[in-house]
Design a protein around this ligand. Structure first.
Ligand SMILES: [Fe+2]
Length: 185
């Protein structure tokens, strides 16, 4: 998967069916593209950014748990295993999987832990549903507002907060260290 084809695949599945999600994905991907030249696996980061929410697409939503559905769809397409793992585990999905009783299914995929993964989480969790940059705290507050109490996303938010924040802090430190503005572009 390279460049334009990642974007085209995401667009195909999201633009018409889920226009707001598509705006979010474009925001995440543009920010990933802005830093990609600074890391060895920049291309993988950009691919994962374009495709991280593809599992929300109605055609792909087999279980209704988007990280798992997205990872399985990409596995069927035959693209690289690291990508499936990044998509499956993005933004502390394991906690949501536990709340849903789907942890075993998510275990089909490896959470690689590292810079690419942390940056993907960072951009996802500091990009608003409409695609603009927000703080991590604003994004978490938005999630609390958007989902009803008792929803699995809300039930898993507390348990996931430590992992989420740790990834955001590591990514933020790296961005700072290489001289990039974490809020850009
Ligand atoms: Fe997501």
């Amino acid at each position: 998967m390279h460049g334009d084809s990642d974007r085209d695949l995401a667009r195909l599945y999201l633009e018409r069916a889920l226009p707001r999600r598509w705006r979010h994905v474009q925001g995440v991907a543009r920010r990933a593209e802005a830093v990609a030249g600074h890391l060895d696996d920049g291309e993988l980061l950009v691919t994962a950014a374009w495709l991280h929410d593809i599992g929300y697409a109605p055609e792909l939503a087999e279980t209704g748990f988007h990280p798992l559905d997205g990872a399985r769809a990409l596995r069927e397409l035959g693209v690289g295993a690291r990508l499936w793992g990044l998509v499956a585990h993005h933004s502390a999905a394991v906690h949501e999987a536990q709340a849903l009783g789907m942890a075993d299914e998510l275990d089909e995929f490896a959470d690689e832990r590292g810079l690419v993964r942390d940056l993907l989480w960072f951009f996802d969790m500091t990009t608003s549903p409409d695609g603009g940059p927000v703080t991590f705290a604003q994004r978490m507050a938005d999630i609390r507002d958007r989902y009803p109490p008792g929803h699995y996303v809300i039930r898993s938010l507390g348990p996931s907060l430590h992992d989420r924040r740790a990834a955001v802090e590591r990514a933020g430190r790296w961005l700072h260290a290489v001289g990039l503005d974490p809020r850009c572009p």
